[in-house]
Design a protein around this ligand. Structure first.
Ligand SMILES: *Cc1c(COP(=O)(O)O)cnc(C)c1O
Length: 377
């Protein structure tokens, strides 16, 4: 049996006719950049994320960069974030000339530890703390970071919070949606996210009118009006084709999320019954609505052997992420080393993402758990 990590073809079958109709319309109009499809998506995303404004951008990575730019973060500044995330989170900080300062994760949720964040801010020498200009928690795998204490720590030092919600559209924390809690929320429409485009795309959300205005202007080279530049922005635009396709998919998002949650529950039952659960750590659901962009188990021993064994059996898995950011070569200049963030380092050695996409069948899940059991048996 083949069990791919992600199969988007089944999803496409469900929306094919609608996608073809709207792309045909855009081809005929020859209107590709921004326009009514982007505006409509922005309205719908703002409503979905329960926030004031949404501004379509070119990718999740660009969402992070433009968020930092809008908050005035730049050369010489420091930004606190997690070392256990996709590269773009810290990459964006470096791209605007600032320096990421890592804070270790909660080993149960893999999200930034609010306790260590508070400690980090408290114990920082005042001269260094004055340079901190933002905090970026990541809602990893589709579960919100523990936002209440994070927002509190940030507020203590008057720091804006940028939520990296690239993996967490529709995730909730105490009834609030990802992207509606901090100053700015950053989302990605990369095809493997829960709401994916047919290419690259993203969106930023904010409840702050002024910030929203700045983000809109920055997105288009800082021009306001056209050809008059008070600030330097860039080309961070979302195109009409991607926006139209994402709009179609947004209508299905809740049912796809329900499919992922159902699959997560099914894995838990299968692991319970099969026994190998004792040797593994299943995802810990701590915060409200987990949208399961990934279903990530921890394998304390022989993780890579298990992965190879599953590969042999036709089962796709992935390691998100094998090298924590503080140990990446490009960040060697930050002077971090092995042992600095032990929870992130342990996660990098143990985590394994299993297939969780909505259309995954019960047979495929049973087969996957069976093979894991066989490996340990
Ligand atoms: C995917 C992702 C990004 C980047 O999004 P792109 O659209 O691929 O640029 C940023 N942060 C996290 C946590 C992500 O998972």
């Amino acid at each position: 049996m083949q069990v791919p990590l992600l199969d988007l073809k089944k999803q496409y079958t469900a929306i094919r006719e609608e996608v073809r109709a709207v792309t045909e319309e855009i081809y005929e109009s020859q209107y590709f950049i921004m326009g009514p499809h982007v505006e409509r998506l922005e309205k719908d995303i703002a409503a979905y994320c329960r926030t004031e404004q949404a501004i379509g951008v070119s990718s999740g990575s660009d969402a992070l960069i433009i968020a930092l730019m809008a908050l005035g973060v730049g050369s010489g500044d420091l930004v606190l974030t997690t070392p256990y995330t996709f590269f773009a989170t810290a990459g964006a900080v470096a791209r605007v000339g600032a320096r990421p300062v890592f804070v270790d994760i909660d080993p149960h949720t893999y999200n930034i530890s609010p306790t260590l964040l508070a400690q980090g801010l408290e114990t920082m020498p005042a001269g260094q703390r004055e340079k901190v200009k933002a905090v970026i928690p990541v809602h990893l795998y589709g579960q919100c970071a523990d936002m209440e204490p994070i927002l509190k720590s940030a507020a203590n030092y008057d720091l804006p919070v940028i939520e990296d919600a690239a993996q967490a559209i529709g995730a909730e924390y105490q009834g609030r949606r990802a992207g509606s809690m901090g100053s700015i929320g950053c989302f990605s429409f990369f095809p493997s996210k829960n709401l994916g485009a047919f290419g690259d795309g993203g969106v930023v959300t904010t409840g702050d009118r002024q910030l929203g205005e700045t983000l809109r202007i920055l997105r288009n080279h800082g021009a306001e009006p056209k050809y008059y530049h008070h600030i330097i922005g860039g080309n961070f635009r979302l195109d009409a084709l991607q926006a139209a396709i994402v709009s179609i998919k947004l209508k299905h998002l809740d049912s796809w999320t329900a499919g992922r949650q159902k699959n997560a529950a099914a894995y838990r039952e299968l692991f319970q019954a099969a026994g190998p659960a004792a040797r593994l750590k299943l995802p810990v659901e701590k915060q409200g609505r987990h949208i399961y962009n990934q279903f990530v188990i921890a394998v304390p021993e022989r993780r890579d052997d298990l992965r190879a064994y599953l590969q042999e059996a036709g089962i796709g898995t992935e390691v998100y992420y094998p090298v924590p950011l503080h140990l990446q070569k490009c960040f060697a200049g930050l002077d971090n080393g092995p042992g600095d963030f032990p929870a992130a380092e342990q996660a990098a050695l143990q985590t394994l993402a299993l297939p969780i996409f909505p259309e995954l069948t019960q047979d495929q899940q049973a087969y996957t758990v069976d093979k894991i059991k066989q490996f340990f048996g």
